[in-house]
Design a protein around this ligand. Sequence first.
Ligand code: 8DG
Ligand code: MN
Ligand code: MN
Length: 389
Amino acid sequence: PKPNGDPSAMQMKSYACQRRTPLKHHNSFLTEALEILSQNAEYNDNEGRSVAFRRAASVLKALPHRVKTIEDLRCLPCLGDHSQRVIKEILEDGSSREVESTRQSEQFQTMKALTGIFGVGVRTADRWFREGLRSPDDLIRTGQQLNRAQQAGLQYYDDLQKPVTKAEADVISDIVEKAVHAVLPGAEIQLMGGFRRGKEVGHDVDFLITHPEEGKEEGLMPKITNWLEEQGLLLYQKTTRNSYLEKMDGPARPPNNMDRFERCFSIFKLQKSAVRCKSNSTASVEDVSRGGENERPSEHHSEESGWRAVRVDLVVSPYSQFAFATLGWTGSKLFERELRRWAGQEKHMSLSSHALYDSKQNLYLRAKTEEEIFAYLGLEFIPPSERNA
Ligand code: 8DG
Ligand code: MN
Ligand code: MN
């Protein structure tokens, strides 16, 4: 490492997992623009392009100062011609024509609105767009075939569009803790995702659950969701086994013995009074456990009721995989992606939320903490609050 104080010592590393990326940074005026282009590429099923723009944005998030001139970009990694052109235009003219026309485009706005519905992915949204649909209302109006998730997504659309606050996440944490301990004493629950990285708001609340006695966690999820359902706290839930392996690990998925994560996508019914109580720090979970009043089957408007819908993700991990699961569910998504790319390309290892496999030694590396995993990977430990890549 070069000495501190020397400007050339400020060398930007090229993998996001080698850098510290705080939540608040100095270049939102540029990163928001690049992220529009990234999102648009994703809507057009161009993953390579999408990741390239996201990496470029991420480099700017890690800079300790605001970019003022194009000279400031010299020596920075991950900035392709296209990203540089966009940055240059914003620095010179205050905005980029490509970004602004993308933002205004009917396709972009429609895809944003439709993929914003819980249960709707890019494929489905794109099909609806090509059929002439433009908004959630259009889906209802034209009587589209919807699966159970999408029906819930529409029913609670307004609520789920509203950011979840940390205060709400804390109330949900108390509820999840109570549910888990009711069905499995001694279980451990950890808040994951954006809130673990220090975000003040999120689109959902993520939890990881385990038990120090390996095996005790098996079959836990249905017990948790049954308890929650009995208390009238769940508006929607779908529990899946193995979805992670199928979706994200592709052909290189680890062997069956690790196929054991249970995941639950859910929508909680959160009493607003509980959040107010919690803010006054007089909360009791009893306040939030009354449900059961009759709901209208159609769209829910939380202004008119005492509760709101909140997206919650629950994951159950065996204790032996807990460190990997913790690392894998903390995010950000780009940070995770870069960790796996680093492992594969630089270390000939394969990292997942279950395990770390060393291809050279032909063995799985055990870890009890995130710190150990970073060490195996030859990376400096990056705390969750600096993983906002
Ligand atoms: P937000 O909710 O505030 O918008 O941000 P977030 O908490 O960072 O995003 P998230 O969509 O809730 O995702 C949280 C982390 O969970 C993210 O870093 C990646 C991880 N994650 C998924 N899906 C899957 C999956 O199927 N498997 C694994 N291992 N991780 C996943 O989102
Ligand atoms: Mn989240
Ligand atoms: Mn989530």
